[in-house]
Design a protein around this ligand. Sequence first.
Ligand SMILES: CC(C)(COP(=O)(O)OP(=O)(O)OC[C@H]1O[C@@H](n2cnc3c(N)ncnc32)[C@H](O)[C@@H]1OP(=O)(O)O)[C@@H](O)C(=O)NCCC(=O)NCCS
Length: 155
Amino acid sequence: MIIRPLHADDTSLELRFLKGLSQQAIYERTFSHRGKLKPGELGRLVRFDVRNQIALVATAAVEGQEEFLGVVRLARSPDGEFEFAIIVHDAWQRRGVATRLMKTMLAAARRAGIKRIGGVTLASNVAMQTLARRAGFAVSRDPEDATAFLLDIGL
Ligand SMILES: CC(C)(COP(=O)(O)OP(=O)(O)OC[C@H]1O[C@@H](n2cnc3c(N)ncnc32)[C@H](O)[C@@H]1OP(=O)(O)O)[C@@H](O)C(=O)NCCC(=O)NCCS
């Protein structure tokens, strides 16, 4: 497995990755059951302003072809805060892929001078809460939303 930045020419690998995800993983990542991409959405996933987003992929050669195992994104929201989101393909979960992606994302954020990272996860998503805690994030209930937990780390 290698971790590398997502490139603008990764469209077909990204599409194959998205198509292979389970409804459950999509829901936990996006908090929505919407399975289909909107027009232009795929392009925006691979071509983004690098001043506002860091996107890293974990990849491996599967039957001689590079395949995405997981993706972590760290994006600046309109209010200037940085928020991360992560997803690992169902078939590759529980093998340390997210742990490696989180570690690399935190190192990249430090290098970029980012001082604080936030995140949101479902209250039911114990896997993400455990992963975040292990990566050094504070994990707390969202006082404004009983279905959500907030993740926060100072760098
Ligand atoms: C959450 C998620 C990213 C974890 O990815 P992963 O690559 O499986 O995580 P790792 O293998 O690095 O696991 C790290 C630790 O997290 C915890 N963990 C991971 N999956 C778990 C699960 N299904 N149940 C309980 N704990 C879990 C474990 O403590 C694990 O360590 P261990 O395997 O030594 O016990 C993955 O399950 C996923 O993509 N889920 C769907 C999308 C999502 O929920 N994204 C988060 C929204 S921000």
